[in-house]
Design a protein around this ligand. Structure first.
Ligand code: ATP
Ligand code: MG
Ligand code: MG
Ligand code: MG
Length: 436
């Protein structure tokens, strides 16, 4: 992508309406544009990152055996009356009436709809286990939308739903998602701690929230200090292995949200307890037959008996993750994208657009890098070097390749790693070889 034609409306000034750094940086980098309170348009740079995050989530769901489908955003109130949640859900639900006076709603979550799809087609225990997910926009009329995409009203969520014939199967489905979540967040360069959580209005008994520690987090959390230096995926099993020992080992290290933590009965002594703030990026639930019973989602068992299915649901805040990643990875100059979610792999900076030799070498590098499958932000704009450096740091591209007439006289270019600031001068071909 040539930045001379890329739609990336960066801001020089720090937007005053943004209270936390991720929100400020997303606005400054021209990634999002608020269109109403808590509702955002994703500009090209932001959308590139959103798709990368979404793709990692998708790959790990697929690897855990979940199957992707796509349910609509608009739902009928009818289904929510069946489960009894239509009245319970309250003001967070955006209710809509269509021209025939039918009550509709913009889905805040999809337990009812997936249960309806399930019961329409699945009739036998032989068709289980089943885990279905989608990545779809949700709407929750949050009382206080804030912090940019962190707490939006419209936001992108991955939600998966598991169906099993018995509690043992449901436990296994839960453990698969537990492992898939750890892998998902690790791939994004995040340290997410699974914390025992309240099940809230969704109900059920087994639940974990996946929390990124951050001062700007909205949740109060408590965990054993061993979590601080733990490589949780070291010696992790494969998806097809028995996951119980791994699950037991990880959940034995104390971690709980403040709703679950009881200071009077803390299993961890004060001296070993970390009290912190955190961002909830994922949440998994096992809720048994809470929906299958009232909605009559049953399968025939081996002896023809009718069995209400055991269910779980598993959410990831795909759009919130973008804010969480930036909170976890930035400096005074801007965003520092982990490689896996970066909008571009390489930022190619032309220090003197219009200089024939510099343009030629840059054009050649650009073509070769793109041909090798790398995504390149080529800054070919007619701007001062200082402005180009600042923008490239701001948008956080992991590698910067800097090409100017002075270096080229000596046959060298500069390669900079955004995360460490380390710079290296090296011949054009050597720089290329390092990036490929
Ligand atoms: P929160 O406690 O932050 O309000 P929640 O517990 O209501 O979140 P869940 O119902 O567990 O949210 O939804 C699954 C995931 O969706 C959350 O873990 C979070 O990452 C994301 N999410 C929830 N609400 C929002 C929101 N308003 N904006 C962005 N992401 C959200
Ligand atoms: Mg909420
Ligand atoms: Mg919550
Ligand atoms: Mg939650």
């Amino acid at each position: 992508m040539r930045l001379s034609s890329f739609f990336m409306p960066t801001l020089k000034e720090t937007p005053t309406e943004a209270q936390i750094v991720s929100h400020r940086l997303m606005l400054r980098a021209g990634m999002i544009r608020q269109t109403s309170a808590g509702i955002y348009a994703w500009l090209p740079l932001g959308y590139r990152v959103l798709r990368k995050i979404e793709q990692i989530v998708r790959e790990e769901q697929d690897a855990a055996g979940a199957q992707e489908l796509l349910m609509p955003t608009i739902q009928s109130a009818e289904l929510w009356r069946e489960s009894g949640r239509y009245d319970d859900y309250g003001k967070e639900m955006l209710r809509i009436t269509d021209r025939h006076d039918r009550e509709m709603l913009f889905g805040p979550t999809n337990e009812e709809m997936i249960t309806d799809i399930f019961r329409s087609f699945v009739k036998s225990y032989r068709q289980l286990p089943l885990n279905l997910y989608h990545i779809q926009w949700k709407f929750r009329d949050e009382i206080r939308p804030r912090f940019g995409v962190m707490r939006g009203r419209e936001f992108l969520m991955k939600d998966a739903y598991s169906f099993d014939v018995d509690a043992a199967g449901a436990r296994r489905s839960y453990q698969k998602m537990f492992l898939a979540y750890l892998r998902t967040f690790a791939r994004m360069g995040l340290k997410a701690i699974p914390m025992r959580a309240d099940t809230g209005p969704i109900g059920g008994d087994l639940s974990h929230e996946f929390i990124i520690l951050a001062e700007t987090g909205e949740s109060g959390v408590f965990c054993h200090k061993d979590w601080m230096n733990l490589d949780v995926l070291k010696d992790a099993p494969g998806m097809e292995d028995d996951l119980q020992p791994f699950f037991d080992r990880v959940t034995a290290i104390y971690a709980a949200t403040d709703e679950k933590h009881d200071p009077a009965n803390s299993p961890v002594p004060e001296s070993e307890l970390v009290s912190a703030r955190g961002i909830e990026v994922g949440h998994i639930f096992n809720f048994g037959t809470k929906y299958s019973k009232p909605m009559n989602a049953v399968v025939a068992g081996p002896n023809g008996e009718s069995i209400p299915v055991e269910m779980g649901s598993y959410g990831i805040g795909v759009s919130r993750l973008m804010g969480a990643i930036i909170e976890a990875s930035h400096d005074d100059n801007g965003i520092i994208w982990p490689d896996a979610v970066a909008p571009f792999n390489v930022g190619l900076i032309n220090l003197k657009s219009g200089d024939a030799e510099t343009d030629r070498v840059c054009g050649d590098l650009y073509a070769k890098l793109e041909a090798a499958g790398l995504e390149v932000a080529y800054d070919d704009r007619d701007e001062r070097p200082g402005a180009k450096f600042a923008d490239m740091d701001l948008i956080g591209v992991p590698w910067q390749l800097v090409v100017g007439p002075r270096g080229l006289k000596n046959g060298v270019v500069e390669l900079k790693r955004r995360a460490t600031g380390e710079k290296e001068e090296l011949p054009v071909e050597a720089a290329l070889a390092k990036l490929l």
